[in-house]
Ligand binder design. Structure first.
Ligand code: SF4
Length: 337
C-alpha cells in the first residue's frame, strides 16, 4: 500500500486555487482547514521553523511557480556529463524522511509545497527542447529530483501528467522519475512510454529501516519495479547512497542477490550507484536542524564544497557494489557518482 500523508491544513497562495491541479488536490482534503496566503514563501521560508516537528505532521502548500521552471544539471547526479541535462522542482520537500537527505539542509520548512501551474512547466520544457545544445540527443529532464513524486502520486498526479506530456516526444525528450515508492499501481493503466525512465532507489532492508523513514520496504519497492518492467517500462536501478552500515558488504551483497532473484538483468535499462554527498552548507544546516541524526557524526571529509566519504572509503563502497553488479550487467550500463 502506498504510504501517503493526510493534511490537516492547506495553505493556498493567491491565484493558485484557480488551477485545475489545485482544485483536484483540494477536493481530496475536504476536511482540511484552508488558509489563504499572499505568497508561499511567507509560510515556507519563515525563519525559526522546527523542521523535525513539522516533518511529523507536514502541511500542504499550493503555490504558483513564477520562474525557474528548469534548472541546469547538477554535479551531484550521475548524468552531469549530459549537456542536455536538466531537472525541475514541481514540488518542494518529500513525503519520505531519509536521514541522508539534503532537503533537511536546503529548506527551513518540512511542509510540502506543490506547484500547480503545470502548463508553465510544460511550456518551458517545450522551449528547452527547441534550443537544447545537442540536438542529436533528447532533453534529459529529471522531474523527481528534489522530492519523490511517485510516493505522492495518489495525492498529486504529477507523474501521470508528465507521462501524458511525453507522448509522441521520443527522441526529443527523456524524463526520469526517481522513486522509493511502491506505488506503480498509480500508473499501471498508462501504456509504457519510450520517453520515460522509471528509476527505483533500492537499499538493503537495514538501510530502509534505519535511514529511510516512511518509505516502503525493499520487498514492496522491488515488487513495484518488477511490475513496471513487466508492463514494458524502461527501468533504472539506483543504489544511492551506498551507506557504510555495520556489515555493509554482506548487506549489499544480499541486496544485489535479492534484486536479481526478482529482476532479470537484461530487463534493466542501467544502474546508477552513488555514495553520500551533501553540500557543506546544507550539511551544516541539516545537522543544526536535526541534531539527533546519527549519520551526521561520521568522520566525513570536506571536499570542494561537499561533505562526503574519505576517498578510500568511497572507493571501497562503490567498487564493491559495482563488482557485484558487473557480474550481472555490462560495465557500460553501470554509472557511478
Ligand atoms: S526519498 Fe529522496 S527526496 Fe525523499 S527524503 Fe529520501 S532522499 Fe530525500
Amino acid at each position: 500500500m502506498p504510504l501517503e500523508p493526510s493534511y490537516s491544513h492547506i495553505y493556498v497562495e493567491n491565484g493558485a486555487a484557480d488551477y485545475p491541479f489545485a482544485k483536484s488536490l483540494l477536493e481530496k482534503f475536504k476536511r482540511a482547514k484552508v488558509i489563504n496566503i499572499h505568497d508561499y514563501k511567507e509560510v515556507f521560508n519563515r525563519p525559526k521553523q522546527d523542521f523535525d516537528l513539522q516533518k511529523q505532521s507536514p502541511k500542504l502548500i499550493l503555490a504558483v511557480k513564477k520562474d525557474k521552471f528548469l534548472y541546469d544539471g547538477s554535479r551531484f547526479v550521475q548524468d552531469s556529463n549530459n549537456i542536455n541535462f536538466f531537472y525541475n522542482a514541481l514540488s518542494l520537500n518529500c513525503p519520505y524522511d531519509c536521514s541522508y537527505c539534503y532537503l533537511q539542509g536546503m529548506y527551513s520548512s518540512a511542509n510540502q509545497v506543490c506547484f500547480v501551474n503545470l502548463e508553465d512547466f510544460f511550456s518551458a520544457t517545450e522551449q528547452a527542447i527547441e534550443v537544447r545544445r545537442d540536438q542529436s540527443q533528447p532533453l534529459y529532464l529529471c522531474i523527481s529530483y528534489d522530492t519523490d513524486l511517485l510516493g505522492f502520486e495518489s495525492i498529486a498526479p504529477y507523474c501521470r501528467k508528465w507521462i501524458e506530456f511525453c507522448r509522441g516526444r521520443a527522441g526529443e525528450l527523456l524524463i526520469e522519475i526517481r522513486t522509493k515508492s511502491a506505488n506503480f499501481s498509480a500508473l499501471a493503466d498508462l501504456p509504457a512510454d519510450p520517453s520515460v525512465v522509471l528509476a527505483w532507489s533500492l537499499s538493503p532492508q537495514e538501510v530502509c529501516h534505519r535511514h529511510e523513514r516512511k518509505t516502503p520496504s525493499l520487498k514492496s519497492r522491488l515488487h513495484a519495479m518488477s511490475q513496471a518492467i513487466q508492463a514494458g517500462w524502461q527501468v533504472r536501478l539506483c543504489i544511492d547512497p551506498i551507506l557504510p552500515i555495520d556489515n555493509w558488504d554482506a548487506c549489499y551483497r544480499e541486496l544485489v542477490d535479492i534484486i536479481f532473484m526478482e529482476i532479470k538483468p537484461e530487463a534493466l535499462l542501467d544502474a546508477h550507484l552513488g555514495v553520500f554527498r551533501m553540500s557543506t552548507d546544507f550539511f551544516s544546516n541539516a545537522r543544526k536542524r536535526r541534531p539527533a541524526q546519527e549519520l551526521f557524526y561520521r568522520p566525513w571529509k570536506r571536499e570542494r564544497g561537499t561533505i562526503t566519504h574519505p576517498e578510500a572509503e568511497r572507493e571501497a563502497l562503490t567498487n564493491y557494489v559495482k563488482t557485484l553488479l558487473a557480474k550481472r550487467l555490462p560495465e557500460e550500463k553501470i554509472r557511478i557518482w
